[in-house]
Design a protein around this ligand. Structure first.
Ligand code: NAI
Ligand code: AKG
Length: 353
Protein backbone atom coordinates (compact mmCIF):
# COMPACT_ATOMS: atom_id res chain seq x y z
CA UNK A 1 0.00 0.00 0.00
CA UNK A 2 1.29 3.47 -0.92
CA UNK A 3 0.63 5.13 2.43
CA UNK A 4 0.72 8.82 1.50
CA UNK A 5 -1.21 8.17 -1.71
CA UNK A 6 -3.87 6.23 0.22
CA UNK A 7 -4.31 8.75 3.01
CA UNK A 8 -4.46 11.57 0.45
CA UNK A 9 -7.22 9.77 -1.46
CA UNK A 10 -9.14 8.97 1.72
CA UNK A 11 -8.56 12.45 3.15
CA UNK A 12 -6.78 11.61 6.40
CA UNK A 13 -4.98 14.31 8.35
CA UNK A 14 -2.63 12.10 10.37
CA UNK A 15 -1.72 8.47 10.96
CA UNK A 16 0.27 7.64 14.06
CA UNK A 17 2.22 4.38 14.39
CA UNK A 18 2.69 3.53 18.05
CA UNK A 19 5.37 1.05 18.94
CA UNK A 20 6.91 -0.07 22.20
CA UNK A 21 9.24 -2.95 23.05
CA UNK A 22 8.64 -3.22 26.75
CA UNK A 23 5.76 -3.66 27.03
CA UNK A 24 5.35 -4.96 23.52
CA UNK A 25 2.75 -2.87 21.72
CA UNK A 26 1.84 -2.16 18.11
CA UNK A 27 -1.02 0.24 17.51
CA UNK A 28 -2.20 2.61 14.80
CA UNK A 29 -4.15 5.78 15.55
CA UNK A 30 -5.78 7.28 12.45
CA UNK A 31 -7.15 10.82 12.51
CA UNK A 32 -9.33 11.42 9.50
CA UNK A 33 -10.87 14.88 9.75
CA UNK A 34 -11.08 17.37 12.61
CA UNK A 35 -13.08 20.10 10.86
CA UNK A 36 -16.11 19.63 13.10
CA UNK A 37 -14.18 18.97 16.33
CA UNK A 38 -11.57 16.71 17.95
CA UNK A 39 -11.33 13.25 16.40
CA UNK A 40 -13.49 10.77 18.30
CA UNK A 41 -13.42 7.02 17.84
CA UNK A 42 -13.07 3.97 20.00
CA UNK A 43 -10.09 1.60 20.10
CA UNK A 44 -10.27 -1.92 18.68
CA UNK A 45 -7.90 -4.73 19.64
CA UNK A 46 -7.69 -7.47 17.05
CA UNK A 47 -5.26 -10.18 15.85
CA UNK A 48 -5.00 -8.78 12.32
CA UNK A 49 -3.53 -11.19 9.78
CA UNK A 50 -0.97 -8.56 8.81
CA UNK A 51 -0.12 -4.88 9.29
CA UNK A 52 -1.76 -3.85 6.04
CA UNK A 53 -5.10 -5.29 7.25
CA UNK A 54 -4.74 -3.34 10.50
CA UNK A 55 -3.94 -0.12 8.68
CA UNK A 56 -6.83 -0.60 6.26
CA UNK A 57 -9.21 -1.13 9.18
CA UNK A 58 -7.94 1.96 11.04
CA UNK A 59 -8.20 4.12 7.91
CA UNK A 60 -11.72 2.98 6.99
CA UNK A 61 -13.02 3.04 10.56
CA UNK A 62 -11.70 6.56 11.19
CA UNK A 63 -13.19 7.90 7.94
CA UNK A 64 -16.49 6.30 8.95
CA UNK A 65 -16.33 8.20 12.26
CA UNK A 66 -16.05 11.52 10.40
CA UNK A 67 -19.21 10.70 8.43
CA UNK A 68 -20.89 9.32 11.55
CA UNK A 69 -20.38 12.48 13.60
CA UNK A 70 -21.38 14.72 10.68
CA UNK A 71 -24.60 12.79 9.90
CA UNK A 72 -25.51 12.76 13.60
CA UNK A 73 -24.84 16.51 13.84
CA UNK A 74 -22.22 16.02 16.56
CA UNK A 75 -19.41 18.60 16.68
CA UNK A 76 -16.68 15.96 16.54
CA UNK A 77 -14.23 14.78 13.95
CA UNK A 78 -13.35 11.23 12.96
CA UNK A 79 -10.60 9.03 14.32
CA UNK A 80 -10.11 5.42 15.33
CA UNK A 81 -7.33 3.27 16.72
CA UNK A 82 -6.40 -0.36 16.38
CA UNK A 83 -4.09 -2.36 18.62
CA UNK A 84 -2.58 -5.34 16.81
CA UNK A 85 -2.76 -8.18 19.33
CA UNK A 86 -4.45 -11.39 20.26
CA UNK A 87 -7.05 -10.71 23.00
CA UNK A 88 -5.40 -13.46 25.05
CA UNK A 89 -2.13 -11.49 25.06
CA UNK A 90 -3.71 -8.24 26.23
CA UNK A 91 -2.11 -6.87 29.41
CA UNK A 92 -2.71 -3.83 31.59
CA UNK A 93 0.86 -2.69 30.84
CA UNK A 94 0.12 -2.80 27.11
CA UNK A 95 -3.05 -0.76 27.59
CA UNK A 96 -1.30 1.80 29.77
CA UNK A 97 1.44 2.18 27.14
CA UNK A 98 -1.32 2.72 24.59
CA UNK A 99 -2.90 5.31 26.92
CA UNK A 100 0.35 7.27 26.91
CA UNK A 101 0.24 7.45 23.09
CA UNK A 102 -3.33 8.76 23.29
CA UNK A 103 -2.21 11.31 25.88
CA UNK A 104 0.58 12.49 23.57
CA UNK A 105 -2.10 13.77 21.18
CA UNK A 106 -3.33 16.16 23.90
CA UNK A 107 -7.03 15.78 23.19
CA UNK A 108 -6.82 15.86 19.40
CA UNK A 109 -8.00 12.21 19.60
CA UNK A 110 -10.55 10.98 22.14
CA UNK A 111 -11.13 7.26 22.40
CA UNK A 112 -13.27 4.56 24.00
CA UNK A 113 -14.29 0.91 23.81
CA UNK A 114 -14.57 -1.07 20.58
CA UNK A 115 -14.22 -4.80 19.84
CA UNK A 116 -12.10 -6.73 22.42
CA UNK A 117 -11.77 -3.72 24.74
CA UNK A 118 -13.68 -4.11 28.00
CA UNK A 119 -14.87 -1.51 30.55
CA UNK A 120 -11.95 -2.67 32.72
CA UNK A 121 -9.56 -1.92 29.82
CA UNK A 122 -11.04 1.56 29.40
CA UNK A 123 -10.35 2.26 33.07
CA UNK A 124 -6.78 1.00 32.62
CA UNK A 125 -6.18 3.28 29.60
CA UNK A 126 -7.68 6.13 31.63
CA UNK A 127 -4.88 5.80 34.18
CA UNK A 128 -2.62 7.42 31.58
CA UNK A 129 -4.96 9.83 29.82
CA UNK A 130 -8.18 11.76 30.39
CA UNK A 131 -9.00 11.59 26.69
CA UNK A 132 -11.15 8.48 27.14
CA UNK A 133 -14.92 8.24 27.02
CA UNK A 134 -17.57 5.54 27.43
CA UNK A 135 -16.57 5.04 31.05
CA UNK A 136 -19.18 2.85 32.77
CA UNK A 137 -19.40 5.01 35.88
CA UNK A 138 -20.26 8.05 33.78
CA UNK A 139 -22.53 7.31 30.80
CA UNK A 140 -22.77 3.55 31.39
CA UNK A 141 -20.94 2.42 28.24
CA UNK A 142 -22.22 3.07 24.71
CA UNK A 143 -23.56 -0.35 23.60
CA UNK A 144 -27.15 -0.17 24.95
CA UNK A 145 -27.76 3.20 23.31
CA UNK A 146 -26.12 2.00 20.09
CA UNK A 147 -28.53 -0.95 20.12
CA UNK A 148 -31.46 1.41 20.63
CA UNK A 149 -30.32 3.48 17.65
CA UNK A 150 -30.08 0.35 15.50
CA UNK A 151 -33.56 -0.69 16.59
CA UNK A 152 -34.94 2.74 15.63
CA UNK A 153 -33.08 2.48 12.33
CA UNK A 154 -34.71 -0.87 11.65
CA UNK A 155 -38.10 0.74 12.32
CA UNK A 156 -37.32 3.58 9.89
CA UNK A 157 -36.27 1.11 7.19
CA UNK A 158 -39.41 -0.98 7.72
CA UNK A 159 -41.58 2.12 7.47
CA UNK A 160 -39.85 3.25 4.27
CA UNK A 161 -39.95 -0.18 2.71
CA UNK A 162 -43.32 -1.53 3.82
CA UNK A 163 -45.16 1.58 5.16
CA UNK A 164 -45.75 0.07 8.57
CA UNK A 165 -44.56 0.92 12.08
CA UNK A 166 -45.36 -2.57 13.34
CA UNK A 167 -42.52 -5.09 13.56
CA UNK A 168 -44.61 -7.89 15.09
CA UNK A 169 -44.29 -11.15 13.16
CA UNK A 170 -41.25 -10.02 11.17
CA UNK A 171 -38.12 -12.17 11.04
CA UNK A 172 -34.69 -10.67 11.75
CA UNK A 173 -31.33 -12.45 11.42
CA UNK A 174 -28.78 -11.05 13.89
CA UNK A 175 -25.07 -11.74 13.33
CA UNK A 176 -23.02 -11.18 16.50
CA UNK A 177 -24.48 -11.24 20.01
CA UNK A 178 -21.97 -9.05 21.81
CA UNK A 179 -22.66 -5.85 23.72
CA UNK A 180 -24.78 -4.35 20.93
CA UNK A 181 -26.28 -7.50 19.38
CA UNK A 182 -27.62 -8.79 22.68
CA UNK A 183 -29.36 -5.50 23.53
CA UNK A 184 -30.76 -5.30 20.01
CA UNK A 185 -32.23 -8.81 20.33
CA UNK A 186 -34.04 -7.69 23.47
CA UNK A 187 -35.67 -4.69 21.70
CA UNK A 188 -36.68 -6.87 18.75
CA UNK A 189 -38.07 -9.63 20.96
CA UNK A 190 -40.08 -7.11 22.99
CA UNK A 191 -41.62 -5.92 19.73
CA UNK A 192 -42.77 -9.35 18.61
CA UNK A 193 -39.94 -10.09 16.18
CA UNK A 194 -38.88 -13.68 15.44
CA UNK A 195 -35.11 -13.95 15.85
CA UNK A 196 -32.59 -16.03 13.91
CA UNK A 197 -29.17 -15.65 15.52
CA UNK A 198 -25.53 -16.58 15.18
CA UNK A 199 -22.23 -16.00 16.96
CA UNK A 200 -18.87 -17.73 17.02
CA UNK A 201 -19.41 -18.13 20.77
CA UNK A 202 -21.77 -21.03 21.61
CA UNK A 203 -22.33 -19.56 25.11
CA UNK A 204 -23.75 -16.38 23.60
CA UNK A 205 -26.10 -18.16 21.18
CA UNK A 206 -27.31 -20.43 24.01
CA UNK A 207 -28.04 -17.40 26.20
CA UNK A 208 -30.07 -15.54 23.54
CA UNK A 209 -31.90 -18.72 22.54
CA UNK A 210 -32.91 -19.21 26.14
CA UNK A 211 -33.82 -15.55 26.78
CA UNK A 212 -35.75 -14.82 23.59
CA UNK A 213 -36.61 -18.18 22.01
CA UNK A 214 -34.34 -17.45 19.04
CA UNK A 215 -33.39 -19.97 16.34
CA UNK A 216 -29.64 -20.59 16.27
CA UNK A 217 -27.77 -21.11 12.98
CA UNK A 218 -24.09 -21.63 12.15
CA UNK A 219 -22.10 -18.43 11.39
CA UNK A 220 -21.82 -19.17 7.64
CA UNK A 221 -25.57 -19.90 7.39
CA UNK A 222 -26.76 -16.50 8.60
CA UNK A 223 -26.70 -14.78 5.17
CA UNK A 224 -29.03 -17.21 3.41
CA UNK A 225 -31.80 -17.18 6.03
CA UNK A 226 -35.32 -16.55 4.79
CA UNK A 227 -35.85 -13.39 6.85
CA UNK A 228 -37.15 -9.83 6.32
CA UNK A 229 -34.12 -8.07 7.80
CA UNK A 230 -30.45 -8.93 8.19
CA UNK A 231 -28.67 -7.18 11.07
CA UNK A 232 -24.86 -7.47 11.04
CA UNK A 233 -23.57 -6.71 14.55
CA UNK A 234 -20.16 -8.41 14.48
CA UNK A 235 -17.29 -7.41 12.18
CA UNK A 236 -17.00 -5.39 8.96
CA UNK A 237 -16.60 -6.45 5.32
CA UNK A 238 -19.41 -9.01 5.53
CA UNK A 239 -21.44 -7.53 2.66
CA UNK A 240 -19.32 -8.73 -0.24
CA UNK A 241 -19.41 -10.59 -3.57
CA UNK A 242 -19.71 -13.98 -1.81
CA UNK A 243 -22.49 -13.03 0.62
CA UNK A 244 -24.72 -10.74 -1.48
CA UNK A 245 -25.97 -13.57 -3.75
CA UNK A 246 -27.00 -15.50 -0.60
CA UNK A 247 -28.90 -12.69 1.13
CA UNK A 248 -32.71 -13.16 1.18
CA UNK A 249 -33.51 -10.19 3.45
CA UNK A 250 -34.96 -7.02 1.91
CA UNK A 251 -33.35 -4.73 4.50
CA UNK A 252 -29.81 -4.67 5.92
CA UNK A 253 -29.66 -2.74 9.18
CA UNK A 254 -27.01 -3.46 11.79
CA UNK A 255 -24.38 -2.01 14.10
CA UNK A 256 -21.15 -3.35 12.58
CA UNK A 257 -18.80 -0.70 11.22
CA UNK A 258 -17.66 -0.92 7.57
CA UNK A 259 -20.25 -3.50 6.52
CA UNK A 260 -19.72 -3.02 2.77
CA UNK A 261 -16.49 -4.65 1.70
CA UNK A 262 -16.32 -2.25 -1.26
CA UNK A 263 -18.62 0.72 -0.75
CA UNK A 264 -19.21 1.59 -4.39
CA UNK A 265 -19.40 -1.92 -5.86
CA UNK A 266 -21.36 -3.63 -3.11
CA UNK A 267 -23.59 -0.62 -2.39
CA UNK A 268 -24.64 -0.77 -6.05
CA UNK A 269 -25.12 -4.57 -5.98
CA UNK A 270 -27.56 -4.18 -3.09
CA UNK A 271 -29.58 -1.65 -5.11
CA UNK A 272 -29.67 -4.09 -8.03
CA UNK A 273 -30.96 -6.79 -5.67
CA UNK A 274 -33.58 -4.38 -4.32
CA UNK A 275 -32.17 -4.55 -0.78
CA UNK A 276 -32.51 -1.40 1.32
CA UNK A 277 -29.18 -0.74 3.05
CA UNK A 278 -29.01 1.42 6.20
CA UNK A 279 -25.54 3.04 6.05
CA UNK A 280 -23.64 1.68 9.05
CA UNK A 281 -22.26 5.00 10.23
CA UNK A 282 -25.77 6.49 10.33
CA UNK A 283 -27.63 3.66 12.06
CA UNK A 284 -24.87 2.94 14.62
CA UNK A 285 -24.35 6.56 15.73
CA UNK A 286 -25.85 5.90 19.19
CA UNK A 287 -22.37 5.19 20.56
CA UNK A 288 -20.81 8.47 19.51
CA UNK A 289 -23.91 10.38 20.56
CA UNK A 290 -23.65 8.84 24.02
CA UNK A 291 -19.93 9.37 24.50
CA UNK A 292 -20.07 12.92 23.13
CA UNK A 293 -22.74 13.68 25.73
CA UNK A 294 -20.51 12.14 28.39
CA UNK A 295 -17.76 14.51 27.33
CA UNK A 296 -19.91 17.62 27.69
CA UNK A 297 -21.62 16.49 30.94
CA UNK A 298 -23.88 13.48 30.67
CA UNK A 299 -27.66 13.93 30.76
CA UNK A 300 -29.38 10.70 29.84
CA UNK A 301 -32.56 12.38 28.54
CA UNK A 302 -30.57 14.57 26.17
CA UNK A 303 -28.56 11.63 24.80
CA UNK A 304 -31.69 9.53 24.23
CA UNK A 305 -33.44 12.44 22.48
CA UNK A 306 -30.51 12.76 20.09
CA UNK A 307 -30.52 9.03 19.38
CA UNK A 308 -34.17 9.31 18.34
CA UNK A 309 -32.98 11.53 15.47
CA UNK A 310 -31.42 8.47 13.81
CA UNK A 311 -34.92 7.50 12.71
CA UNK A 312 -35.58 10.78 10.84
CA UNK A 313 -32.04 11.02 9.48
CA UNK A 314 -32.37 7.59 7.90
CA UNK A 315 -35.78 8.40 6.39
CA UNK A 316 -34.26 11.58 4.89
CA UNK A 317 -31.33 9.57 3.48
CA UNK A 318 -33.65 6.96 1.93
CA UNK A 319 -35.61 9.80 0.28
CA UNK A 320 -32.47 11.47 -1.11
CA UNK A 321 -31.23 8.13 -2.47
CA UNK A 322 -34.56 7.43 -4.14
CA UNK A 323 -34.98 10.92 -5.61
CA UNK A 324 -31.41 11.15 -6.91
CA UNK A 325 -31.13 7.49 -7.95
CA UNK A 326 -27.99 6.98 -5.87
CA UNK A 327 -27.11 4.39 -3.23
CA UNK A 328 -28.06 5.10 0.38
CA UNK A 329 -24.34 5.05 1.18
CA UNK A 330 -23.67 7.83 -1.34
CA UNK A 331 -26.66 9.79 -0.04
CA UNK A 332 -25.35 9.73 3.54
CA UNK A 333 -21.83 10.58 2.41
CA UNK A 334 -23.21 13.61 0.56
CA UNK A 335 -25.05 14.74 3.68
CA UNK A 336 -21.85 14.46 5.73
CA UNK A 337 -19.68 16.16 3.08
CA UNK A 338 -22.12 19.07 2.83
CA UNK A 339 -22.06 19.65 6.59
CA UNK A 340 -18.25 19.54 6.73
CA UNK A 341 -17.92 21.76 3.65
CA UNK A 342 -20.23 24.38 5.17
CA UNK A 343 -17.96 24.69 8.22
CA UNK A 344 -14.82 24.83 6.06
CA UNK A 345 -16.31 27.60 3.93
CA UNK A 346 -17.39 29.56 7.00
CA UNK A 347 -13.76 29.42 8.22
CA UNK A 348 -12.16 30.01 4.82
CA UNK A 349 -10.43 26.63 5.14
CA UNK A 350 -9.02 24.99 2.00
CA UNK A 351 -11.39 22.52 0.35
CA UNK A 352 -9.95 19.34 -1.20
CA UNK A 353 -10.48 18.97 -4.95
N1 NAI B 1 -20.38 -0.88 21.12
C1 NAI B 1 -20.83 0.19 20.48
O1 NAI B 1 -21.41 1.12 21.09
C2 NAI B 1 -20.65 0.32 19.00
C3 NAI B 1 -20.27 -0.78 18.24
N2 NAI B 1 -20.16 -0.65 16.88
C4 NAI B 1 -19.78 -1.79 16.07
O2 NAI B 1 -20.74 -2.83 16.25
C5 NAI B 1 -20.10 -4.10 16.18
C6 NAI B 1 -20.40 -4.88 17.46
O3 NAI B 1 -19.93 -4.13 18.57
P1 NAI B 1 -19.98 -4.76 20.05
O4 NAI B 1 -21.26 -5.48 20.24
O5 NAI B 1 -19.63 -3.65 20.98
O6 NAI B 1 -18.78 -5.79 19.97
P2 NAI B 1 -18.58 -7.15 20.82
O7 NAI B 1 -17.14 -7.47 20.70
O8 NAI B 1 -19.19 -7.01 22.18
O9 NAI B 1 -19.46 -8.20 20.02
C7 NAI B 1 -19.12 -8.73 18.78
C8 NAI B 1 -19.72 -10.13 18.72
O10 NAI B 1 -19.55 -10.65 17.41
C9 NAI B 1 -19.16 -12.01 17.51
N3 NAI B 1 -18.52 -12.41 16.27
C10 NAI B 1 -17.27 -12.13 15.83
N4 NAI B 1 -17.07 -12.66 14.61
C11 NAI B 1 -18.22 -13.27 14.26
C12 NAI B 1 -18.64 -14.00 13.12
N5 NAI B 1 -17.83 -14.21 12.09
N6 NAI B 1 -19.91 -14.49 13.09
C13 NAI B 1 -20.74 -14.30 14.13
N7 NAI B 1 -20.38 -13.62 15.24
C14 NAI B 1 -19.15 -13.11 15.30
C15 NAI B 1 -18.29 -12.07 18.74
O11 NAI B 1 -18.18 -13.38 19.26
C16 NAI B 1 -19.05 -11.13 19.67
O12 NAI B 1 -20.03 -11.81 20.42
C17 NAI B 1 -18.61 -3.82 15.94
O13 NAI B 1 -18.35 -3.83 14.56
C18 NAI B 1 -18.44 -2.38 16.46
O14 NAI B 1 -17.37 -1.72 15.84
C19 NAI B 1 -20.46 0.53 16.24
C20 NAI B 1 -20.86 1.62 16.94
C21 NAI B 1 -20.89 1.64 18.39
O1 AKG C 1 -17.17 4.81 21.58
C1 AKG C 1 -16.58 5.76 21.04
O2 AKG C 1 -15.53 6.25 21.48
C2 AKG C 1 -17.16 6.41 19.82
C3 AKG C 1 -18.05 5.52 19.04
C4 AKG C 1 -17.29 4.66 18.08
O3 AKG C 1 -16.12 4.47 18.12
C5 AKG C 1 -18.06 4.00 17.02
O4 AKG C 1 -19.21 4.41 16.78
O5 AKG C 1 -17.52 3.12 16.35
Amino acid sequence: MQLFETVREMGHEQVLYCHGKNPDIRAIIAIHDTTLGPAMGATRLYPYINEEAALKDALRLSRGMTYKAACANIPAGGGKAVIIANPADKTDEMLRAYGRFVESLKGRFITGQDVNITPHDVRTIKQETDHVVGVEEKSGGPAPITALGVFLGIKAAVEFRWQTKNLAGMKVAVQGLGNVGKNLCRHLHENGVELVITDISPEKTAEIKQLFGATVVEPEEIYSQNVDIFSPCAMGGIINSQTIPQIQAKIIAGAANNQLDNERLHGQRLVEKDILYCPDYVINAGGIINVYNEMIGYEEDKAFKQVNNIYDTLLAIFDIAQQQSITTNDASKRLADERIMKVKISRNQPIAA
